[in-house]
Ligand binder design. Structure first.
Ligand code: ADP
Length: 395
């Protein structure tokens, strides 16, 4: 699809055809913005709803250039585009948001830890290890167990390990120095005794305006986020504001453009007050922000488009006292549609979002959202609907 050169409304290119790109389409339609995606296959989640998807790999410079040629600005559905491809696009003069210089800190956890520590942002104690002796020394220093991470390429807890003894990491240390996610070593972190995990979501546009949504609690099971509670319950407004401010300061300091999710550990300080340590960064719409589609005045997907186009940012206020989002993970049920009908019949205020993805066990295939006044009731309803959709027995 060739775009007329003089069209008034912009074309936003998205590298990657996953559900995040897909969920940008409704607000793009509303604002008459054209999206164009580079998807790995015609059946990718976003390629099913965004016309004329290009099919190609995100690490294939020619394919990425073909996308860029169609677009006024290019953004991302994931952080896996290699730095050399990003550098070539930047050299071509393609506006990229986030910029490669910022995106680096979402692509490489060691670069992120180093930069945030240099800037004085609170992180777990960390180091990079290349040998078993270095692992042993770090464990002895911070206390066992420790957490080991591949600096690049991890998601949903893949690439994260709890390590109880130095010799458990032999398989990872053996490939340090070889091309791959462990080329520069293994990231080691102290195991943070957190009370819970929360996420601060902000958007920043190239003009430097920022907007933050309320801090949310992310409930994780086996390294996968299963539920998001917005706002994070039981926090004093001042503590929630401190976490949001932290995310805004990180967005400013790193020059992030687009949506930034800052995953945080909430830890009690010496007098029991909540403080926050940064776990990791994502520079794109994020699972912790799916609640904003139904629960906030401006969704993270609309905001991401506004931000990358340097439009004014929208109001991030919640529409209800509480919003609960539960992820639908692939389970035993393959044909979801009949169950969708049943769920909608049971709970007319529930919102169901499915991503058109093939069902595979544990894969995020959709989410449900429900808004209202009674958090306990909302959690039960969201969980029940998500379990029903996957074909799991209710909890
Ligand atoms: P991914 O990139 O796969 O999302 P994360 O770095 O977010 O990986 O880690 C996945 C999960 O592992 C976190 O949500 C948290 O529950 C746990 N985790 C990660 N780092 C630490 C740490 N330093 N201390 C304790 N738990 C951790």
């Amino acid at each position: 699809m060739e775009q007329p050169a003089d069209r008034d409304f912009p074309v936003v290119g998205i590298i990657g055809g996953g559900q995040l790109a897909r969920m940008c389409q409704p607000p793009a339609v509303a604002m008459s913005i054209t999206l164009s995606v580079l998807a790995a296959s015609e059946g990718d989640s976003a390629a099913l709803v965004i016309p004329d998807a290009l099919v190609g790999a995100h690490d294939d410079l020619d394919a990425v250039r073909r996308l860029a040629k169609r677009c006024d600005v290019v953004t991302f559905d994931h952080e896996h585009v290699p730095p050399d491809v990003l550098a070539a696009l930047a050299d071509d003069g393609i506006p990229l948001h986030p910029t490669p210089a910022a995106l680096r800190f979402a692509q490489d956890k060691v670069a992120m830890r180093r930069r945030l520590s240099d800037l004085g942002f609170p992180c777990p104690r960390w180091t990079v290890a290349r040998t078993a002796d270095e692992v042993a020394a770090f464990g002895a220093d911070v206390g066992w167990p420790i957490i080991a991470k591949t600096p690049r390429g991890g998601y949903d807890g893949k690439g994260v390990r709890r390590v109880d003894e130095a010799d458990e990491l032999g398989d990872w240390l053996a490939v340090v120095g070889e091309a791959g996610p462990l080329v520069d070593g293994v990231l080691l972190e102290e195991s943070v005794p957190f009370d819970r995990e929360v996420a601060a979501l902000v958007a920043r546009n190239p003009s430097g305006s920022t907007a933050a949504w309320p801090l949310v609690e992310t409930v994780q099971e086996d390294g996968i986020c299963t539920e998001v509670l917005a706002p994070a319950p039981g926090l004093e407004p001042a503590a929630a504001r401190a976490a949001s401010d932290l995310a805004v300061r990180i967005a400013d300091a790193l020059g992030v453009t687009g949506v930034l999710a800052v995953e945080l550990f909430e830890v009690a300080d010496a007098i029991g007050q909540p403080t926050f340590l940064v776990n990791e960064l994502a520079m794109r719409p994020h699972n912790s922000g799916h609640w904003t589609i139904d629960g906030a005045v401006t969704s993270q997907f609309e905001q991401h488009l506004r931000a990358v186009l340097d439009l004014p940012l929208g109001d991030t206020a919640p529409r209800s006292r509480w919003t609960v989002m539960a992820n639908v993970l692939g389970g035993s049920r393959e044909d979801l549609y009949p169950e969708v009908g049943r769920i909608l019949g049971q709970d007319p205020s529930l919102r169901v979002h499915l991503y058109g993805k093939q069902v595979r066990p544990g894969r995020k295939i959709g989410h449900v959202t429900v808004c209202g006044e009674d958090l306990r009731d909302l959690r039960l309803r969201a969980r029940r609907a998500a379990d029903q959709l996957r074909g799991a027995p209710g909890r």
